[in-house]
Design a protein around this ligand. Structure first.
Ligand SMILES: [Zn+2]
Length: 152
C-alpha cells in the first residue's frame, strides 16, 4: 500500500471540499466566512492522484448549500464539494462561478460608491468572457485577483 497520498481522517457529518487549488484552502475559508474556531482538517499542497498538488478541506458539522458551494469557485474554480451524512456522501456539487456576488468582495476602486460610508452592499457580476472576471455593478471596474478582494 502506498503512503504517498496522505489520508485525512474521515468525517461522519460535514462537508469535504476537494480539488482546491494548492495553497487556496485559507481563501476558501475566507470566502465562506468560516472562522477558525470550527472543527476542521486542512490539507495543504497534498499530492493529487491526477498529478500536481491540491488542498482539501474537511469541515465538521457544516453542510454547504449549492449557493455557498459556488462561492468556492471564486477562489478555486475546479473544486468539488461533497456533503457527508452518516459517513456517506449524500450530495456532490461542482463549484460553479456565481453570476452575481453580493457583499463578499470589496471593489478595488477607492472612489466607488460601495466603498463610501453608504449603506450599499457591494455587487459584482460575472463578465461575459470566459476569463472568470468579475465587474463591479456600480463603477464597472474589473476585479483581477479575487482572493485579494474578499471582504475582511
Ligand atoms: Zn466599484
Amino acid at each position: 500500500m502506498s503512503h504517498k497520498y496522505m489520508k485525512v481522517e474521515r468525517i461522519d457529518h460535514g462537508t469535504v471540499i476537494d480539488h482546491i487549488l494548492p495553497s487556496k484552502a485559507f481563501d476558501v475559508l475566507r470566502v465562506l466566512g468560516l472562522s477558525g474556531d470550527r472543527t476542521m482538517s486542512i490539507l495543504v499542497n497534498s499530492h493529487s492522484k491526477k498529478g500536481g498538488k491540491k488542498d482539501i478541506l474537511k469541515l465538521e458539522d457544516v453542510e454547504l448549500t449549492a449557493e455557498e458551494a459556488n462561492l468556492v469557485a471564486l477562489v478555486s474554480p475546479q473544486a468539488t464539494i461533497n456533503i457527508i451524512v452518516g459517513g456517506k456522501v449524500v450530495r456532490k456539487f461542482n463549484a460553479e462561478a456565481p453570476r452575481v456576488v453580493r457583499g463578499i468582495l470589496t471593489c478595488s476602486n477607492p472612489n466607488c460608491i460601495s466603498n463610501q460610508n453608504e449603506p450599499i452592499t457591494s455587487e459584482f457580476k460575472l463578465g461575459p468572457d470566459e476569463g472568470h472576471r468579475y465587474v463591479c455593478t456600480y463603477c464597472e471596474r474589473d476585479i483581477i485577483d479575487l482572493a485579494k478582494r474578499i471582504s475582511p
